[in-house]
Design a protein around this ligand. Structure first.
Ligand code: PA5
Length: 426
C-alpha cells in the first residue's frame, strides 16, 4: 500500500481547487481524447497485458537457464533499460543472495573505456544478449550491440550466436526487427501504444526482470492493485493525481523536485523516475527539474544546500514501511564508542529517526516543502504499485502543465545532430 502525505507541502484546500480540471483531463484520458492519446496503452497494461508474450518471457528464461547462461547483457538506453534496472535493484539489492542471472547494462553510454571494461568482463561469462530498442535506430545501443554480438559469435560460433540473442523492438518496423528476422533471434514486441519510458511492464522491463530471478507475476499483481486505485477520475480518491497537483502548485515557485530515498538500493528507481518525469514534462519551457538523493549519504554532500542554500527546490521523500532485513544494535561491555545508548534499537529504527530528524530540520527550519510517500516493502508488489503510481502522476502533471507527456522533441535534436555530424547516409 502507498501512503501519501502532502501536509508539509501544500494545503488540502489548494489541492481541491483542481478537482474539476483533474476530472476533465482524467475523463479525456480514459476516452483517449488527450494529446498523445495514441501512447496511453501503458495505463491498461496491468489489466490486459499480453499473456502470450508473458509466457514466452518465462519460457525463454528457462531455455537460457538450461543453456547455463549466467549473465544477461541488457543493451538499451533511456526507457529501454531504466525500468528493469530500477526493479532489479529495488527488489534484489546490491548483493543478491539468490538470482538467476547477473544483469550487465550497456548501450546507455558511448564511453570507450566503459564499453571496453564491460567487454572484458563478459569474456569468461556464459552470456546472452537482450538488445532493446523501440525505434531500432538509436546510435548508442546499436554500437554496443555490434560489439557484444561480435564477442558472442567468437565465443559460441556464428551459427550458434542467434540462440543467445533476444531482441525487444517494434512489432512491425525498424532495422533491429529486420536483423532479428534475418538471423532468427528470439523477439519480443513493444506495443505500438506504449512509449519507451512507460514500457517497464512490457517485455522491455519484464524480460530482464524475469532473467534476474524477480517474480514478474507478483509485479503485475502489484500493478493491478495500483491500477484499480489510481484510475479513479475523482481527485479526492486518487493519491497519484493529488501528488501531481501538489507538484504543479509547488513548481510555480520552485523549479526543482528532489526525490529522496533512505535505501541505497532505490538509487536506480530514482533514475527511472527522473527519466520518466524529465522527458515527459520538460517541454515548452515548463516542468519541474527532477533530481535525486540518497540519505544519509547525500545529507553529507547536498544536505547543507537543501537546508540553507538558494530556495529552488522541494523534496519528495520515499520511505519503506518494512525493511527487507533488520539488525539489532547490541550492548557492548566496554562502550568505548559510547554507542550503548542505542542498544536495543534496530538499525531501521535509527534510519527512521534520521528521516524524522531530517524532515523536521528541512521543513521547520529550512522551510523546504516536503511530500512524503511511504510504500510497503522493497519487493515485487510494491514495485508494481509504485510504477503505476508514478506513471499516472507524471502523465497527469504533464497534462496539467499543458504539454504532451509522450513525445521528446528536445531529445530528437541531439539525435539528429549526431546522425548529421557522423555522416549517417539518408
Ligand atoms: O522514453 C523514451 O521514449 C526514450 O527514453 C527512449 O526509450 C530512448 O530514447 C531509447 O529509444 P529506443 O528504444 O528507440 O532506442
Amino acid at each position: 500500500m502507498i501512503k501519501l502525505n502532502i501536509k508539509n507541502a501544500v494545503t488540502e484546500n489548494a489541492i481541491k481547487k483542481y478537482s474539476n480540471v483533474v476530472k476533465n483531463i482524467a475523463t479525456k484520458m480514459e476516452k483517449l481524447e488527450t494529446d498523445g492519446f495514441e501512447y496511453l496503452g501503458w495505463k491498461d497494461l496491468p489489466a490486459n497485458y499480453n499473456k502470450i508474450e508473458f509466457k514466452k518471457i518465462k519460457n525463454t528464461v528457462k531455455r537460457l537457464e538450461r543453456e547455463k547462461v549466467d549473465t544477461l547483457v541488457v543493451i538499451g538506453i533511456g526507457g529501454s533499460y531504466a525500468g528493469a534496472k530500477a526493479g532489479i535493484e529495488m527488489i534484489q539489492g546490491e548483493f543478491p543472495s539468490k538470482r538467476k542471472m547477473e544483469i550487465i547494462y550497456v548501450g546507455e553510454s558511448i564511453s570507450s573505456t566503459n564499453l571496453s571494461q564491460k567487454l572484458v568482463y563478459v569474456e569468461d561469462k556464459n552470456f546472452a544478449i537482450n538488445v532493446i530498442s523501440k525505434s531500432g535506430t538509436t546510435t548508442e545501443p546499436a554500437i554496443a550491440f555490434r560489439m557484444f554480438k561480435k564477442i558472442l559469435e567468437k565465443k559460441v560460433g556464428i551459427n550458434n550466436a542467434s540462440k543467445f540473442i533476444i531482441a525487444t523492438t517494434d512489432a512491425n518496423r525498424g532495422s533491429l526487427l529486420s536483423m532479428a528476422k534475418e538471423n532468427n533471434f528470439t523477439t519480443f514486441s513493444i506495443p505500438d501504444n506504449v512509449g519507451g519510458r512507460f514500457s517497464v511492464l512490457t517485455p522491455v522491463g519484464l524480460f530482464p526482470l524475469a532473467a534476474s530471478g524477480v517474480n514478474i507475476d507478483k509485479i503485475m499483481k502489484g500493478a493491478l492493485i495500483a491500477h484499480k486505485k489510481y484510475s479513479s477520475i475523482d481527485l479526492e480518491e486518487n493519491d497519484a493525481y493529488k501528488y501531481a497537483v501538489a507538484r504543479v502548485i509547488l513548481s510555480k515557485k520552485l523549479p526543482v523536485e528532489l526525490m529522496v530515498q533512505y535505501e541505497p538500493q532505490m538509487k536506480a528507481f530514482n533514475e527511472w523516475w527522473k527519466q520518466l518525469a524529465g522527458e515527459s514534462e520538460g517541454k515548452n519551457h515548463k516542468g519541474v527539474f527532477p533530481s535525486s538523493a540518497i540519505f544519509s549519504t547525500d545529507l553529507h554532500s547536498l544536505g547543507q544546500f537543501i537546508q540553507d542554500g538558494s530556495k529552488i527546490l522541494y523534496e519528495t521523500v520515499l520511505t519503506v514501511a518494512q525493511p527487507n532485513f533488520d539488525v539489532l544494535l547490541e550492548e557492548n561491555e566496554s562502550n568505548v564508542d559510547n554507542l550503548n545508548y542505542l542498544a536495543g534499537k534496530t538499525i531501521s529504527e535509527v534510519n527512521n529517526v534520521a528521516f524524522q530528524a531530517t524532515t523536521d530540520a528541512h521543513v521547520k527550519v529550512g522551510k523546504v516543502p516536503n511530500i512524503h510517500i511511504e510504500y510497503e516493502r522493497m519487493d515485487e508488489l510494491s514495485f508494481g504499485e509504485l510504477v503505476i503510481f508514478f506513471e499516472r502522476a507524471v502523465a497527469m502533471t504533464a497534462y496539467l502543465l499543458g504539454v504532451n507527456p509522450f513525445n521528446q522533441p528536445g531529445v530528437e535534436v541531439y539525435k539528429q545532430n549526431m546522425f548529421k555530424y557522423l555522416g549517417k547516409p539518408e
